[in-house]
Design a protein around this ligand. Structure first.
Ligand SMILES: Nc1ncnc2c1ncn2[C@@H]1O[C@H](COP(=O)(O)OP(=O)(O)OP(=O)(O)O)[C@@H](O)[C@H]1O
Ligand SMILES: [Mg+2]
Length: 319
């Protein structure tokens, strides 16, 4: 999929502002951004539910402007808000969805059984969707998309309301499908989940793409320095602390007054750790616990968005 300068205005306010990116085949492409960033608007345009104001896209080899019907035949979409015929029971609802997609009867049966098993929907398969809990309803909504064939799947916050076990089952199921050739366009506010699933991530803020990279690279480029935390059996050691603070690899050293744990901010934990042990020996104290606090994607995300906001402030200030 290739997206080129795609834009959507509401009134004169751009919700999506000249967005360009490519998604490879069999890739999970994450689309992350704060509330109101333009994620859903982008998905609506790429799934032909909403007309772009300008720009275009090639989706699965078809032109977004002129070949909408062909695109709709080859994609799946789970929208952010739910859409159901509330009266039907789960099984019938899944079956009718397959029928709409012209999936043959026997194939529908097989796939319904598969999703019921994979999404743990056994105990409520005969219940009307109207009586389901919010998370159960979300499960049905995501599951039904797998009743039909598709090459590209758009998921707009599919895991909202799912419990951790079902969430993990869904993510693993998605991975399996990607392995077999499915391409996924995915939005979420849960950054651990994005990191678990996505090959690449685009960060969007106020309608504009801020960064596109792998989760690893985003963490490396935008995560803050890492931290090493350790405790001493003896509680504190003035001598060790003052020697460690003056080490070249240590950016900052603080001691938590409550727990007594030392926290070292550093870009090189691999050299700081042996240094801590050396100093402990020299000053006759014992390290009772030590660990590296890793930088998280959430941390990197907050930096990217904050930097972008600050950049805009400066731009406005100068303009
Ligand atoms: N129908 C509409 N009319 C006017 N403005 C709209 C409309 N739909 C969306 N917007 C505005 O467009 C911007 C982008 O909205 P969008 O729903 O794409 O955000 P999002 O990134 O999906 O956010 P969230 O994380 O909350 O789902 C927002 O400022 C929103 O208020
Ligand atoms: Mg949205």
């Amino acid at each position: 999929m290739g997206v080129n300068q795609l834009s959507r205005l509401y009134g004169d306010k751009p919700a999506v502002d000249r967005v360009s990116f490519d998604v490879e085949r069999s890739e999970v492409f994450g689309f992350l951004g704060p509330n109101g960033a333009g994620k859903t608007t982008t998905i609506k345009m790429l799934t032909t539910l909403l007309q772009p104001t300008s720009g275009g896209a090639n989706v699965l080899g078809f032109d977004l402007k002129t070949e909408g019907r062909k695109i709709r035949e080859r994609i799946g979409v789970v929208q952010q808000q739910d859409s159901f015929d509330q009266g039907l029971n789960v099984e019938t609802s899944l079956d009718i969805y397959g029928l709409i997609w012209n999936v043959p009867r026997t194939e529908r049966k097989t796939r319904i059984e598969e999703v019921i098993a994979r999404f743990g929907m056994e105990e409520f398969r005969k219940m009307p969707t109207v009586d389901l809990s919010a998370g159960q309803r979300r499960r049905v909504q995501v599951a039904r998309e797998f009743i039909h064939d598709m090459d590209l799947l758009f998921l707009d916050e599919p895991t909202v309301g799912l419990d951790p076990i079902v969430r993990r089952a869904l993510l693993d199921y998605l991975k399996e499908r990607v392995h077999k050739g499915l391409t996924i366009f995915f939005t979420t506010h849960i950054l651990e989940e994005a990191e678990y699933l996505c090959d690449r991530i685009a960060v969007i803020n106020q309608g504009r793409i801020v960064q596109i990279d792998t989760p690893e690279n985003l963490k490396r480029r935008f995560g803050s320095a890492r931290a090493v935390e350790f405790k001493l059996l003896q509680g504190s050691s003035e001598a060790l602390a003052s020697a460690l603070s003056s080490s070249a690899d240590v950016t900052r050293l603080v001691q938590d007054s409550g727990t007594g744990a030392y926290r070292v901010t550093t870009t090189r934990p691999e050299s700081v750790i042996p240094e801590i042990y050396r100093l402990a020996e020299r000053h006759a104290v014992t390290v009772s616990s030590i660990y590296i606090a890793e930088t998280t994607l959430e941390d990197a995300f907050i930096h990217m968005v904050t930097d972008d906001e600050n950049g805009r402030e400066t731009e406005r200030g100068l303009g």
